[in-house]
Write a protein that binds this ligand. Sequence first.
Ligand code: AMP
Ligand code: MG
Length: 340
Amino acid sequence: MKQYIIIFIALFLLFSSCSRNQLHRHSRESTVMDTYVSVTIYDPAISQEQAYALIDSSFTEFRRVEAAMTDYADTSEVGIVNVRAGKDTVTVSEELAELLKTSISFSEQSNGAFDVSVGPIVKAWNFLSPEPIVLSKSKLENLRQFVDYKKIIIDGNSVFLNRIGMRIDLGAIAKGYAVDKVIEILKRKGIKNTIVDLGGNLAVWWEGTHALYSAVAEILVRHPRKEGKFFGSLKVGTCGVSTSGDYQRYFINDNIRYHHIIDPATGYPANDVVSVTIVADDAMTADALSTTIFVLGRQKGMEFIKKSKGVEGLIVWEEGGSLKYELSSGLQGKFKRSDD
Ligand code: AMP
Ligand code: MG
């Protein structure tokens, strides 16, 4: 299924006042967290060597976050919490404790549409298997007993999953979190213009610009149904942008698409919309909310965007065989639909 995890957002700078050469662009790509990552630095003051050294330290940071947050390995911090579910309290890093607390607050705000304890259901669907199967309603009903963010007990840096069989899965938030960590490092090193993209969870850091009042970067949003094509583009300044789509990890059975974004209320993939792009102040918020709003669906999702300060969104859904979309008010005039 790895081939489905392809680049679905690309970036192009707008050359309003400066030429390509003046931008001094240094860029490298790699693979981390099962997807591509690219770090691009635009800075006339540093040499290619210095830029590459910074980009390499960014990749090291991505790998550090991945090693701690992955639930694929029983030996990662998250893996240990999962293995000890229902048995022991585990002392974790402050970083993981904070990320879990933040995740729980997204769950509270969304009434459980976002839930990092969705792990048992995601694991059972096994979207990465070469031959995934459709799970029965009764199997999902049974698994849902093990999914409940209220049963993640955190006290300081101690974490306890209050039931055997529970499982944390940070897949909907960790990539955005990692992007923000890398941006922090690059800012500390004095970089003023950079774009970091981890599998479509990206951050634009362009000193002195603002998400919606500046247009230094054009973000291309992947077409949810045409591989290699773009649905449209968004012009933004400093911000986090993330897209969640039903085309990233999926299989089709009897004409029904089963994909990796799960509605915790049913255990089935959420099916009201096909793609959600969120613009927020940082990449972690954009990442968590693109998944949340995908689960909430078109109407509740747009209401959620409207009431969330600093959050804007593009929701795409299928109707009568074609794709329709809605923009929140802040993105009006910032989004341009591509020709299909
Ligand atoms: P994203 O691509 O950011 O939308 O995240 C999707 C990933 O998040 C999935 O592959 C799962 O690992 C996890 N996930 C699926 N459904 C949910 C949910 N309702 N809440 C939190 N995480 C989820
Ligand atoms: Mg997400």
